[in-house]
Structure formats: C-alpha cells, structure tokens
Ligand binder design. Sequence first.
Ligand code: GLA
Length: 418
Amino acid sequence: MVVIKYKHETLLKFRHVVLLFLFIFITGSVQSVAQSKILAPVPPMGWMTWNQFGPDISEDLIKEMADALVNSGMAGAGYKYIIIDDLWQGKRDKNGILQPDQSKFPNGMKALADYVHSKGLKLGIYSDAADRTCGGTIASYGHEKTDARVFAEWGIDYLKYDYCNAPADKDSAMVRYKRMADAIHKTGREMIFAICEWGRRQPWEWGASVGGQLWRTTWDIRDTWQSNKYDSGHAGIYNVLQRQAGLEKYSGPGKWNDPDMLVVGLNGKGKSSSHGGANGCSLEEYRSQMSMWCMINAPLIASNDIRTMSEEIKAILTNKEAIAINQDILGKQAARIYQSGGFEFWVKPLADGSLALGILNRDNKEAETSFQLKEIGLKGKQMVRDLWLHEGMGFFTNAISIKVPGHGVRLLKFTSVK
Ligand code: GLA
C-alpha cells in the first residue's frame, strides 16, 4: 500500500510539472506570436508637415489637413498617417512631462489625436535623440520612458525620431535609438518608430535590430529634380534615388528604407524643401518621383498642401495602380538591374508572380529605348500593362521598344501568360 501511495503522489507531482510546462509553453508562444506581429507590414502612407509648413503648424492646420485627406480621396487611396514634424514642442512641466506649444496646440495633443482618429486616420509626432531637436526645441534624450508613455497616452501612432545634436558615432546612435524603441515597446501601444539619422551611419544595417520600422537613407529631399551637389542642404529627387540602388536587400515587411517625403505638388512653395534654390519640378518629374518611390518601397509621405492641390497633383498622388506596387505584400524593393545609355531599368517582383518595371530616362529630352525581355529576367509570353495610362500594351515575347519622356519614368507591369 505504502508503495502504491508513493507512486500515486509522484504521479500527481509529475502531472503538475507537466501542466506547468504546458502553461509556460502556451503563454510563451502566445506572447511570442504577439511580439512577432509585424508593425508596418507594408510601407506607411501619410502626410507630414515639414516640407510645406516648417514651423508654421497648429492644431487648426492638422485638423484641416485631416479633413482634406479624407475629402480629397487621399485617405481612401491609403494615406492614413498625419505626422507632426518638429516645432510642436513647448516646455516640460514640473513633473518632466513635455507639453505642446500652447499657442499652436491650445487643446493639447490628446484632443487632436482624438479628432484625427475620429476621421479614421492616425497621428504621428516628432522628437530627437538628444537634448534639443534639429529646430532647437526640447527633445527626448534622458526622458525616453516619460516621453514614450506620454505619447502613448495621447494616442500617438508614429514617432519620427531625429538625430541632431547627438554623438556622431554609430554605437551611440544604436544605443539612443534602442532606448526609445524599448520605451515605446514598454507602453504596449503600437507606434511605428521612424529612425531619422539621414543614412550617415548605414542605418539599413542596424535599424531593424534596434526596433525601427523605417530609417531615412539620405539627407532631406528638396523640391528639385537634381542638385549639382549632394549635402545636407542639397538633394534632389534623382540624387536621393541614386543612393537607393543596392539597398534593396535591407528592405522588407516591417523594415523599410526611407528616402524621405514625396515633394510632389510643392511647386517650389515649400519652406525647407525650397532650400538651396530648389524651385520645384515639372509634373513629369513629380510623376517620376511617385513611380520610383512606389518601386523602392518608400513610405509614401506626401508633404504638399492637400487642401489646395490641383487635380493633376491629386491624380499623381492617388494613382491606385502605382500605389498597389508600393503596398504589395511581398515587400521586395526594386533593384536597378540594368543601365543603357541614359536609361535605368528598375525591377520589383510582386506577390502574384508578376513583375513591375520602371524605366527612367535620366536625360531631359524624350527618347526611345529597346530591350529584350530576358534582360529584365523574363521568359515566355508576357501581358504588359501601363500603370499611368491604365491600359494594356498588348502581349510581348522577345523585345519591346518604348518612348520615355525626359526625366520621366514608364511604369509597367508584366504578367506571364501561357
Ligand atoms: C531634420 C530632418 C527633417 C525635419 C527637420 C526638422 O532636418 O531630417 O526631416 O524633421 O529635421 O527640424
């Protein structure tokens, strides 16, 4: 009997241990599934204050822009994040809580976030990994936990985190970005974390590992096709684009290279975007930026005045067929696979097995190019669609000849047919 009782108790203990392990395993997996949910599975889309308005931002402006995003059809096309850039900040109160500038945001950020959310949109904000931001206002270094908590309480969905006034070395940058990413993570709120150190320390190599969903790859983009020099005050669309070739292997769902905002529709009237003599682009050049930003999985962040944009600019920003390339769930960034004369061939594989091709003409005059389908990695009969004309171009098996406007891009989709 004694022996039997002993066996029974051991069995009971054993069952408890098994149950305990089972519990740990199940809760562990639930947790890891929750943690592994990808934030930003496709590139974020939205609108940001900086290029057009610089310091001239306010609660009224953000509300008007939220209304305009919805009424113009931009929100319907996917533009959901309204991001308040630098110069929203006031002071820290006696408890260290960062307050918005009362004269710009008299009702506070929570009320503004509620308004933006009521429109089905999301709200982003800006800070910096140092004591002061690029614009010289109060930043988050040393206050990461409080600031992340307060941003979460306000209902912020996206944080652009800049790097002015911070140490130059990569290790410090990684530590500072991780501190803020961890602080955001602890709040439990889903908040996209956008690293902005201008590609100086190759953030594509470490941005995801420190908790970023995207990272700027270049200096601030200006409202011009191309600058003669490339530095913190000069970077046109083409200067920025050139620097994206080769970065494709770092991009994918939840981890995006960010070549900065769309300058489409600024027409030389933006504040910071007009720096260095940048005085706007032609419609063709704006269309090219849209085409190529879609191809390279860039976050599509418009920065023009949505309230007053022309129909042509709206048509560029809301081209659903181009946006579908950007938002394709496979998340493969286009690679520049081939250059010939003044033409560049960029290809992006898509989730349905088809292929998007962007042919860019670097020259400022229209020109014709011919290429073999095998040069872009295709075999067999292809159905070709023009994503700006919104029509089929027919079926091709070997070669294609095509005209491309000066500084223009032909955006095509190839689908194999039997
Ligand atoms: C830096 C960033 C810009 C903008 C400004 C704000 O220059 O790169 O995108 O956020 O700061 O001061």
